[in-house]
Write a protein that binds this ligand. Sequence first.
Ligand SMILES: NC(=O)C1=CN([C@@H]2O[C@H](COP(=O)(O)OP(=O)(O)OC[C@H]3O[C@@H](n4cnc5c(N)ncnc54)[C@H](O)[C@@H]3O)[C@@H](O)[C@H]2O)[C@@H](O)CC1
Ligand SMILES: [K+]
Length: 205
Amino acid sequence: MPSLVLMERAAIATVEAMMKDFEFKSALILCGTGNNGGDGIAVGRLLHQAGKAVTICVVGDPERASEETAAQLKIARNLNVPCVYSLENSWPNDPDTLIVDALFGIGLDREVEDPYLEVIRRVNDGTFRTVAIDIPSGLSADNGYVFGAAVIADKTYSIGFFKKGFSSQESPAFTGEIQLLNIGYPPLTELAHIIDQEESNGEQI
Ligand SMILES: NC(=O)C1=CN([C@@H]2O[C@H](COP(=O)(O)OP(=O)(O)OC[C@H]3O[C@@H](n4cnc5c(N)ncnc54)[C@H](O)[C@@H]3O)[C@@H](O)[C@H]2O)[C@@H](O)CC1
Ligand SMILES: [K+]
């Protein structure tokens, strides 16, 4: 299944769950340049189309965005979804704004530095309701290690599978409640079988 298909399914499932869980008129979507950021941009587009006042903020260099995230950004721009590249004039005034954390997902593998660190601190110092896509940014999906700082979310929408890191002692303080979203991955047992088969065929997964 192409990543963009999975990304769209992840975004649709996240938006559906968010709309059930929270009442809000505006949302600030904080997006990194990896595919977690792509999920966030797609979520922003869907919320915009649902009539919410959305600002997508891309943190980091958009020129270095993953292929899928660059595609999502192009779609969002084509559809006139407000996109900014700095929070300087875009930090919300309305206390009911929902913040969506899509800075990093399972690809985070080193200490978080500025500009991401500054953004995470700003989110945590504020009082806005915050949801995380897949995993709170800053938390290791593998073991729950905090890479310097991590977003403190009210709710985490975990895409496809629970992450190993969620079982660490520190993790619940960052994830809040976790909801698993089904985006059409096969069950783990079947997946393990597919991976075994592909590995024995010498295919790269
Ligand atoms: N793999 C899949 O099947 C799907 C993945 N999806 C999303 O994609 C995410 C994973 O995407 P990626 O693998 O692109 O990972 P991330 O979006 O977590 O970002 C990884 C990027 O950030 C960089 N990076 C890592 N640590 C950093 C740090 N401390 N400071 C600055 N840059 C850092 C990496 O070099 C890489 O370029 C998932 O968490 C999920 O949200 C969804 O789109 C659904 C489908
Ligand atoms: K995230």
